[in-house]
Design a binder for this molecule. Structure first.
Ligand code: ZN
Length: 134
């Protein structure tokens, strides 16, 4: 059902503060910075070979990322896996009694359709599913 790991999401206070570390010190390449209004975040995608890291900054006080950082500090926020058919995956997971945060897909970065699984069902890890056809 999952095809591969798509990216690892890291919650940061500020992209401007975090980018010099990931880009300049670790040498990852910045591929894109994007605001995702619906999720109240600004994200930066960095790549290293075929692997991708997403740095996520909250854009206002209501942002789930700001709340996450207030509670737990900066750090790994979620793992994202690719799926070829998101509705089918959500149906299947629901049938297997996995707790879903999103019963229906929502709009994620890069215009992709995404949905989150509840950490309570994933041994403490927030999991994002991102639809990538084929
Ligand atoms: Zn993500």
């Amino acid at each position: 059902m999952l095809s591969k790991l798509n990216h690892i999401g890291i919650a940061v206070n500020s992209l401007e503060e975090a980018l010099p570390f990931y880009r300049d010190r670790l040498g990852m390449s910045l591929t894109k910075i994007e605001v995702v209004e619906a999720q109240r975040v600004r994200v930066a995608f960095l790549s290293l070979g075929s692997e991708t890291i997403e740095l996520i900054e909250g854009t206002d006080e209501q942002s789930p990322i700001r709340k996450f950082i207030a509670k737990r500090g900066e750090g790994i926020h979620h793992l994202c896996f690719q799926v070829p058919n998101l509705e089918e995956s959500l149906r299947e997971l629901k049938r297997k009694r996995v707790r879903l945060i999103d019963e229906v897909p929502r709009q994620g970065a890069e215009g992709a359709r995404v949905a989150f699984l509840h950490p309570a069902s994933c041994h403490g890890v927030l999991i994002e599913l991102k639809e990538i056809k084929g």
